[in-house]
Ligand binder design. Sequence first.
Ligand code: NAP
Ligand code: HSE
Length: 428
Amino acid sequence: MSQPLRLGIAGLGTVGIGVVKIIQRQADLLAKRAGREIEIVAVSARTRDKDRGVRLNAYDWEDDPVTLAQRADIDVFVELMGGADGPAKAATEAAISSGKDVVTANKAMLALHGQQLATAAEAKDRVIRFEAAVAGGIPVIKALGEGLAGNEIERVVGVMNGTCNFILTQMESTGSSYQEIFDQAAALGYLEADPTLDVGGIDAAHKLALLASVAFGTKVAFDDVQIEGIERISIEDITLAADMGFRIKLLGVAQMSGRGLEQRMSPCLVPANSPLGQLENAMNMVVLEGNSVGQIVLRGAGAGEGPTASAVMGDVMDIARGMRLATFGQPAKTLADARPATTSIPAPYYLRMKLLDKPGALAKIATALGAAGISIDRMRQYGHTDPSAPVLIVTHKTSPSAISDAIEGMKEIDVMVDEPVAIRIETV
Ligand code: NAP
Ligand code: HSE
């Protein structure tokens, strides 16, 4: 058997402890598969004397993750601390400059600094692997970078934040408000330390930007992702969308076309009977579309100790086996500058509005839509007790700018109560 692969692990929280447990629990299995032992040499976290529920005394302890990353007796630096900058970035840079490979679950760091870190790693003939950073236990980076390497990728669509999917699906199944389910998600420990990363769509946008880079051979362009969170989604929209045969998801879409690279992370309607529509609770799903393979649907746990540690270990095992793939699927210097799309590909829209129940009210709305060049596919008016009637419209495909124009036009109409709600319908 070859020499052991020696790891230094920085971060002993949910994911770090998950990795330690896998290595302790199934060392023989890993060694047989890799053809060498996987050995933890040293670990680092903030608090040394915390009880973490696993034996750590066989490993050296480093207070400073940078010192850990530079140790001469490790081959791979496993970064599981988190944070876009600070110790995670400093230690990753230190690991690369001292000749270590890096495995990380840190989507925030790679979304903001991926190009710089990948370039530095390649200059040192080192690899950075990040399967756990995107969709937790789902091996989507491997699927894109390896199994689908012979395809031109046409579109990547997915639910990439388990917390948001939990909130949206629980709102629908219990009929509770956004705030009630948000509080439950907090009590269950689902939320990031800064919950706006989850519900504001930023965490999922980090993941989408990484997927887009691997899918389209472009530099990570997180700043170009159009981001909208789920805070404005009401129980009324969830219920009425369901009545029209849809579910609302925080959906990531990355698509390359003649318009450029479109990257959107926003609430969208999807058909309730589609695989994405049926995704419940904290699960993730990524749909990949390639020019030869067609459509592939990957579903699994997007977070948590076991699933995320599983993805980290997949990367560790690749390194142990001598697989040395470029960080984003091709050498960093060959990644193109993504030209951001200035407009989105047309799509149908869901429009919800409240109208005063007066003769001619619907005709005025239809006129405003027509003036913006929007054609109506379906329309439904609900019974009501107050003077205003809830009205739902599903449009034929149209552009976001036409929807904005129509909404501006509708605001001028004397029968309109409140501003209309518009949500894109994604065909998957
Ligand atoms: P966590 O439970 O909060 O653990 C973070 C660990 O990092 C803790 O052990 C902490 O030490 C240590 N740490 C923080 N700052 C440090 C510093 N300055 N020096 C040394 N150690 C430091 O986080 P996690 O959930 O395991 O997440 C780790 C990474 O995985 C993050 O990048 C996260 O985005 C990513 N990720 C997590 C999940 C998930 O389900 N949790 C899924 C996918 C990706 P103490 O324990 O002593 O405080
Ligand atoms: N906060 C993230 C989620 C954790 O809810 O999906 C996994 O990245």
